[in-house]
Design a protein around this ligand. Structure first.
Ligand code: ADP
Ligand code: MG
Length: 228
């Protein structure tokens, strides 16, 4: 128990360090990105410059996503609960994800249930959880595939949100580890995305489940209480 306490304290101070670092890196990254944007939009006589500028912007965007994982891991906020239709949260997440690009080869299917009760959640936090799942789905389908977003009635008047992809799937021996902080199978992954998803969903009174089949795809289901 003493041991567990020390471990918790260590994790907390590592978290603070990460938050400070991530925060410090955000401003210079923003300056690099907007400078590259200026070069990108400048005179076209040397195409290599445009190519390099594009490269800088893409890499900065990747870094920013990683920083966001770290910041969210380190900085917890209590949810600001209100009644919100699940469909609206899913649509907002989808819009934000589509704005990042990289989904050109992915077919998107939306199956929204009729007359579902609103859910009692912090819409920003649930949107962020869904965004993480959508990013993972995109990364699991580099050659394209189908992304299916579903809302439906769950047990006990609850509402279920499902994010399903037809990507690589998760190896059985990895399935029990995917929610562990820093567990990743990606060369440039943080392993914090699903850790954050789980915490966000549970902070919002929800539950999270996953099923996956290698080579077939992965489905994450989130279940939330209805607003009364
Ligand atoms: P990261 O994306 O940085 O690797 P995550 O916590 O988001 O970290 O995911 C942890 C691991 O779970 C991933 O590295 C990957 O192996 C696996 N994973 C998560 N989502 C999916 C998915 N939709 N399809 C296949 N594997 C997934
Ligand atoms: Mg991820």
């Amino acid at each position: 128990q003493q041991h567990e306490l020390i471990r918790q304290e260590k994790l907390a101070s590592v978290g603070q360090l990460l938050a400070a670092l991530a925060h410090d890196l955000r401003n210079p990254l923003g300056v690099i990105r907007s400078s590259a944007q200026v070069v990108l939009e400048g005179p076209q006589e040397e195409p290599i410059r445009q190519e390099m500028a594009r490269y800088i912007i893409d890499e900065v965007d990747k870094l920013s996503l990683r920083l966001h994982d770290f910041l969210r891991y380190a900085r917890q906020k209590p949810p600001d609960l209100k009644a919100e239709p699940a469909e609206a949260v899913v649509r907002a997440a989808l819009r934000q994800w589509e704005a990042q690009g990289g989904h050109e080869r992915i077919r998107i299917e939306q199956q929204f249930g009729n007359a579902l009760p609103s859910i009692q959640v912090d819409p920003e936090q649930v949107k962020e959880a869904l965004m993480n799942l959508l990013i993972n789905a995109r990364e699991a389908m580099p050659e394209g595939g189908t992304l299916t977003l579903t809302t439906r009635a769950g047990p006990g008047n609850k509402v279920e949100i499902e994010v399903a992809d037809t990507g690589s799937g998760i190896a059985p021996e990895h399935l029990s580890r995917i929610f562990e902080p820093f567990f990743t199978t990606k060369a440039y992954g943080t392993g914090l995305g699903l850790t954050n998803v789980k915490r966000l969903v549970e902070d919002n009174g929800g539950t999270l489940a996953v099923t996956s089949s290698q080579g077939m795809g992965t489905t994450f289901s989130l279940c939330f209480h209805p607003a009364s």
